[in-house]
Write a protein that binds this ligand. Structure first.
Ligand SMILES: Nc1ncnc2c1ncn2[C@@H]1O[C@H](COP(=O)(O)OP(=O)(O)O)[C@@H](O)[C@H]1O
Ligand SMILES: [Mg+2]
Length: 245
């Protein structure tokens, strides 16, 4: 059974449809990347999954269980399924790296502080920051802050991690340390949906690439298909343009 199944998902911000009839199936441990022109609905799709925007129609299922986006109580459960990391890491500036990672599990979920702290230290070690646990965000580089943000997302023990352009705000020399962290998570078997402009990375890490345009999935396939032999003119045109520069 696929780990994540989206069926006929549609969403909007009140007027025109922004996602139309989106379908996708993701196996456990699979890395799926979503590419497409600006405004094609990539961020909106991740926002719907994590419960920031209610779907207008369609269904999402994780491990065969439908995800309920219908009420605030249900949305709290959604946060146990999905965690999201954004381009802007948005750490709490007045908290250390360690506290940024422990605050949601302890305050929101009410888990025991000692246990959560031990997990948070392990997560910060995983993202290569065991020496910076007591640092405040303004003492960390962008790449380090983004790695704290990834640790913070993982502290919620999501089934599926959503990454929305997590390297787009970084200075070029800091991109690779964040990509290395994502590679580590992939090797651990984390199921991930990734929106990224780092096409070489997308090609390397993804088992499947989804090309979206105008709120629809236009083409889905392995990286070799999407980048070397796209089946649709729309995808071929996009790939030609992004790979040219
Ligand atoms: N908060 C919002 N309110 C209204 N329209 C939005 C909002 N966010 C995004 N949109 C619109 O939804 C469409 C898809 O946007 P988005 O999901 O951000 O695309 P992408 O991430 O692929 O660039 C765009 O037309 C965008 O203008
Ligand atoms: Mg976006």
């Amino acid at each position: 059974m696929p780990h994540l199944v989206l069926d006929s998902l549609s969403a909007d911000y009140g007027r025109d449809p922004v996602l139309s009839d989106v379908g996708l199936s993701v196996e456990r441990g699979e890395i799926v990347s979503i590419i497409g022109p600006s405004g094609s609905g990539k961020s909106t799709l991740l926002r719907v999954l994590v419960g920031l925007l209610r779907p207008r129609a369609g269904t999402v299922a994780v491990a065969g269980t439908p995800v309920d986006y219908g009420s605030d109580a249900a949305l709290r459960k959604v946060r146990e399924r999905f965690a999201i990391v954004f381009q802007q890491y948005n750490l709490f500036q007045n908290m250390t790296a360690l506290r940024n990672v422990t605050v949601a599990p302890t305050v929101v979920k009410g888990r025991p502080a000692g246990e959560v702290e031990a997990e948070a230290r392990a997560l910060l070690a995983k993202v290569g920051l065991s020496h910076r646990v007591e640092a405040y965000p303004d003492e960390l580089s962008g790449g380090q802050q983004q790695r704290v943000a990834i640790a913070r997302a993982l502290a919620l023990k999501p089934d599926i991690l959503l990454l929305d352009e997590v390297t787009s705000a970084l200075d070029p020399e800091l991109v690779s340390e964040v990509l290395d962290t994502i590679r580590l998570l992939a090797a651990d078997g984390m199921t991930m949906l990734i929106v990224s402009h780092e096409m070489a990375f997308v090609r390397e890490i993804s088992s499947k690439v989804v090309f979206m345009a105008d709120g629809r999935v236009v083409e889905t396939g392995p990286p070799a298909q999407i980048f070397d032999a796209p089946q649709t003119e729309r995808c071929a045109d996009f790939v030609r343009r992004i790979l040219r520069h």
